[in-house]
Write a new protein. Structure first.
Lengths: 278, 261, 343
């Protein structure tokens, strides 16, 4: 009896607050109601989904994925070497360095993004520095670059940690054996280290790409109102325009993408469920 | 030799990149004027203004109280759930439940946020229940915290030697006693990890809170978002500095504890 | 054991700090930076209540919050066309003018609007125009004209409103059309104009203009008159004008939504805000033109006689007030998304 009741609270909670709300969104996705918001007059319709595929909105989707992809690649290029370096330092320093990577994650995400407003302005620090070394100022704030920068800054630790976790667990004997057999460093990296670190990379990518693609904060603060990414579009539908049906359709499409990426990732993920952060 | 230097410089640069914005925030919290471009003088006045600002103090209060309550409740529900799920035999039901558990974690924040908001408003319109406010905010936080707890506790359950519980019961312990004295100590590190992750997620949350709060209840993230759209506010810088010090302090504390273990 | 007791006590402490004695609560929902918050404390003291103050960025944000989220507010600050819309949808309480002692201080020119006869649904708070703020050290062309916002010379140094109606108003006015047009081809033309402008625009902002212009992040901005005033006072190099060909004149009013649970206290608050000293405080803090004539009298000569601050009849005659567009707003919304996506 004691055993039986253990997961009941969880089941009750998930059904009520995870499943049902999701079902509600699916419901809104496939219905419409007349303009006027008070209505309880829902009729089945595919027009919301059709609207998502209109060129204007597909452009937004594409842009979101494009920027997220660039940010993910940059995170990978910057994060992998760092993870590698940390995995190869002595135990004492390793803990310190991991902590140093984790601290920004604990700092409030909004505050970290807000900090870039100070840096990227026309007369912000970055330009002041450029000025100081004699280079012309550049306008970064409110451009693609600023949004990508914001994404990279916020998500870099999420790329570094999974890769580091995998690299750390890697058996050094394999590397030693390869060396003994005469392999050069680059061969060792290409044929041993890199392939073994792929689960970490996949984990990192999944923790960066979708959150970056669905952000609305970064594009809102650093994009200067110009950035309509999927996240901004959904937010606008729910908060300013009031077309919950269309907003739900967009959300469902996002969820479909996540589902697809989850399936792809399952192929690489033998481990059942590490929480990835620690 | 060169390689070593390059890798050191590289690491240094990355950490510089990670910390520069934070240090700039901190630096400008002490600036005399609101101005960004010049350091006009050292002052602590923004810290005093911070404590006098009612909106900010309320936001801080709500951030912490929601995080504390939500993470505790989520830990209780999650731990019990992890044990219950662990004890189930492999079945479609079990897989289904584990998948449902992952949904909040895998969904983009904004989808979870609008789903919850729509749900609350819909129910509110029909049954006058779940009015947007402290309650709904708390519920939302608990909802996205539970998966992290479950995923922190389950590995520990799996690592537990298989038949200890049965052994204990064979020796005469009741189910509850076995749970308290055998299972709980084994999974305790997992519970604490889950609690801490849940707490961190709650403190930092913006999107879900933004959509599910009401009645003027704000947290730090929502406050910074509204402030940032207005422009730069040194009180926010002061807040960042204090948060940073708190975070460093907490992490050093945690580090010391894990060293002891 | 000891640790959990300690934890429990800390928790209890937090909870107790949170629950104060129950005072009457007034929910005020206003534009950002649109009140002198000291005024709120004063009201709280005089009426032994608590004011829960929240802000929004645009009329549309406020409208949706009210309509969809079921949140209860007691006092809101809608603009002209939003009042029209909300009255049409029966969302506002009628205000009992008799109960407002200080109503007599409100400027009589504003006591009877097209969108709200006899101030039945809203008491005027602030008013102003849309104009253009520019950095006189850098900008020397197109002064006095909407064309300044489309001048290629200032590429990437121009700011526009992150608000559909205000930005479309700029485009429509440049084309010589009414900013309330429901004519599809006119809206389309305005949209095209805005799309052409994309490359020149640094960003679509609301409040950020107040830091960006002084910081030199931009040199030209479409802006509301009140903000321009504050910025000019602090930065002499910034100058403002209302375009010759005409612009938008707007009025923000204090209204009571039907969902208010404390209409009496709401009325008291509105009455309090109409007191000359209070209206003066607000006007001085936020820089906008107050609709309170007694307060206006108390302002310094240089402010009240400056046509930039208090537009004269000549300017007023050239300006249009926004009207509620009903269903047609959907056309604008769609066009707005197209503009934002066009880059």
């Amino acid at each position: 009896m004691f055993g039986k009741i253990l997961d009941k609270p969880f089941i009750f909670w998930s059904v009520l607050f995870t499943l049902i709300p999701l079902c509600l969104i699916v419901f809104f996705c496939f219905t419409t109601s007349p303009f006027g918001l008070d209505q309880v007059d829902y009729s089945f319709s595919l027009e919301n989904l059709q609207k998502v595929f209109e060129p204007m909105y597909m452009k937004i989707m594409l842009k979101s994925f494009q920027l997220a992809l660039i940010a993910t690649v940059i995170c990978l290029l910057l994060g992998y070497p760092l993870a590698y370096k940390i995995a190869n330092t002595s135990m004492k320093w390793q803990q310190v360095m991991v902590m140093l990577v984790v601290v920004p994650m604990w700092m409030n995400f909004l505050l970290r993004t807000y900090a870039w407003l100070l840096i990227l302005g026309t007369n912000g620090y970055f330009n002041m520095f450029l000025d100081f070394i004699g280079l012309p100022k550049i306008e970064i704030l409110f451009t693609d670059a600023a949004v990508v920068l914001g994404m990279v800054y916020n998500f870099l630790p999420f790329m570094v940690l999974p890769i580091f976790t995998v690299l750390r667990k890697m058996d050094n004997k394999l590397v030693d054996a390869a060396r003994d057999l005469g392999a050069t460093d680059s061969v060792i990296f290409r044929r041993i280290i890199f392939p073994l670190s792929i689960p970490g990379i996949v984990s990192g990518v999944s923790m960066v790409f979708m959150p970056a693609a669905s952000t609305f904060v970064i594009s809102s603060l650093l994009g200067g109102g110009q950035y309509m990414l999927i996240g901004n579009l959904i937010e606008e539908q729910f908060m300013r325009i009031g077309d919950w049906h269309f907003g739900s359709a967009l959300s469902i499409i996002l969820m479909v993408f996540i589902l697809i990426s989850m399936i792809i990732m399952n192929k690489y993920d033998s481990d059942e469920g590490s929480s990835g952060l620690w | 030799m060169v390689k070593k230097h390059i890798s050191r410089i590289y690491t240094g640069l990355i950490f510089f990149f990670l910390y520069a914005p934070i240090f700039i925030l901190i630096l400008f919290s002490f600036n005399e004027k609101k101005n960004l471009t010049k350091i006009s003088g050292f002052t602590l006045k923004w810290y005093f203004e911070l404590f006098k600002d009612r909106q900010i103090m309320q936001a801080i209060y709500y951030t912490f109280i929601i995080a504390i309550i939500a993470s505790i409740i989520a830990t209780i529900i999650g731990t019990l759930a992890a044990i219950g799920l662990h004890n189930r035999k492999k079945s479609k039901r079990k897989t289904a439940l584990l998948t449902i558990n992952k949904i909040p974690m895998m969904s983009p924040d904004i989808v979870t946020a609008i789903a919850l908001m729509s749900f609350f408003i819909y129910i509110n319109q029909k049954f006058s229940f779940f009015e947007l406010g402290f309650g709904t905010l708390l519920i939302a936080h608990i909802t996205f915290n539970i998966p992290y707890v479950i995923l922190s506790v389950m590995p520990k359950l799996k690592q537990m030697p298989l038949n200890t519980v049965e052994a204990a019961m064979d020796l005469g312990a009741s189910q509850f006693y076995a749970f308290r004295k055998v299972v709980l100590p084994e999974i305790f590190p997992g519970i604490i990890t889950g609690l801490l992750i849940a707490f961190t997620m709650s403190i930092d949350d913006f999107v879900i809170s933004f959509f599910t709060t009401g009645h003027g209840i704000s947290n730090i993230s929502i406050l910074v978002f509204s402030s940032a759209r207005v422009g730069i506010n040194p009180k926010i810088n002061a807040l960042s500095t204090l948060l940073f010090i708190t975070v460093m302090f907490l992490l050093i504390l945690i580090n010391k504890r894990t060293k002891k273990v | 054991m000891k640790k959990s007791v300690l934890l429990f006590c800390i928790l209890l402490f937090f909870i107790m700090v949170g629950c104060g004695e129950k005072k009457e609560e007034l929910y005020v929902y206003n534009w950002g930076e649109y009140i002198d918050t000291e005024v709120l404390s004063q009201f709280e003291e005089e009426n032994d209540c608590v004011v829960i103050y929240q802000t929004y960025n645009t009329n549309e944000d406020m409208y949706l919050k009210l309509k969809k989220s079921g949140e209860k507010y007691d006092v809101i600050f809608p603009s002209d066309y939003m009042i029209e819309k909300m009255v049409n949808e029966d969302m506002l309480h009628e205000i009992d003018i008799e109960k407002l002692e200080n109503y007599k201080h409100v400027n009589s020119a504003f006591k009877n609007f097209d969108f709200d006869q006899n101030n039945k649904f809203g008491i005027p708070y602030m008013w102003g125009t849309i104009g253009i703020l520019y950095n006189s050290e850098v900008v020397d062309e197109d002064i006095g004209s909407w064309d300044m916002l489309w001048n290629e010379k200032y590429k990437d140094r121009i700011l526009m409103f992150d608000s559909v109606r205000d930005t479309f108003a700029c485009a429509l006015k440049k084309l010589g059309y009414s900013l309330n047009t429901e004519n599809e081809s006119e809206i389309e033309e305005a949209k095209q104009l805005l799309i052409e402008q994309r490359d020149l625009v640094k960003g679509y902002v609301v409040d950020q203009v107040k830091t960006m212009m002084p910081n030199g992040d931009a040199d030209i901005a479409a802006i509301w008159s009140g903000e321009a005033i504050l910025l000019m006072e602090a930065n002499p190099k910034l100058k403002f004008f209302v375009p010759e060909s005409g612009s938008n004149i707007w009025f923000d009013n204090m209204s009571i939504p039907k969902t208010s649970e404390n209409v009496e206290l709401a009325q008291k608050f509105i009455d309090f805000m109409c007191k000359p000293e209070i209206a003066l405080k607000n006007a001085e803090y936020i820089g906008y033109a107050t609709a309170n004539s007694s307060a206006q009298e108390l302002l310094s000569d240089e402010i009240k006689n400056n046509p930039l601050y208090y537009p004269n009849q000549k300017i007023i005659d050239k300006c249009e007030v926004f009207k509620d567009l009903g269903e047609t707003i959907k056309l604008y919304d769609k066009a707005w998304v197209e503009v934002k996506v066009s880059k």
